[in-house]
Design a protein around this ligand. Sequence first.
Ligand SMILES: Nc1ncnc2c1ncn2[C@@H]1O[C@H](COP(=O)(O)OP(=O)(O)OP(=O)(O)O)[C@@H](O)[C@H]1O
Ligand SMILES: [Mg+2]
Length: 232
Amino acid sequence: MSSRSMRGREVVVSVKELFKGFDAGRIQVLKDVTLEIAKGEVVALWGASGSGKTTLLHMMGGLDTPDSGTVWVGGLNAAEERDRLALRRQKVGFVFQLHNLIPDLSVRENCLVTSIATGGDSKQFESRFEELAQELGFDHRQDRRIQDLSGGERQRVALCRALMHRPDVILADEPTGSLDEKSGERVFELLTGLAKKEGTTVVMATHERRFADACDRIFHVRDGRVSEIGEG
Ligand SMILES: Nc1ncnc2c1ncn2[C@@H]1O[C@H](COP(=O)(O)OP(=O)(O)OP(=O)(O)O)[C@@H](O)[C@H]1O
Ligand SMILES: [Mg+2]
């Protein structure tokens, strides 16, 4: 799957004929979704509240499973239990709308805790953290506790945590949703800037058209169906 190409670029996310519902099919959320995203692209899933953006991101991140259809990310099959763990640990970094950080722990601890839990060289994680902390502008605040930070600062820590293990794909669920205009823009710039610099693919859910417009491509999510804007 990872060897497939799209306009000469490697495909990292491939969703085909995906259907997903809840409540034993009584609620149909995603309806026949097909899309492909190439390595290094920054794309928006743009749509109104309740249209299915989070549900789709969860499928791509191996946090939930399709009813039918396929979801491949970085060569792993999100419908397969054995692939989903590797998908979550190695291939994707998830940025949640409400950051999901541990309030009592410091910036540094929040970023290192998941990396240490997944195993690997702690020295390498330390230096990766130092690098990202500087890039994201909180290197002087790394011993502060999350509960003492502003919303924008917390979201920058959430970006750091998602980038620690150098994932192929960042899945960001309304990363600017809880922020005021200025901090929202800062988080968006940092996310897209870092992703472009490191060649990381970004799939970002947003209901704000201005952020969608600043992405390479926009997928419009409307009532569980997805179409690319400006295609053709
Ligand atoms: N676990 C669930 N059980 C039942 N219905 C669900 C579940 N998860 C999502 N839904 C429904 O699926 C639809 C799409 O939800 P989803 O969270 O994907 O929308 P969204 O586009 O992310 O919205 P928002 O912009 O508000 O975050 C909604 O109608 C929601 O109520
Ligand atoms: Mg959502």
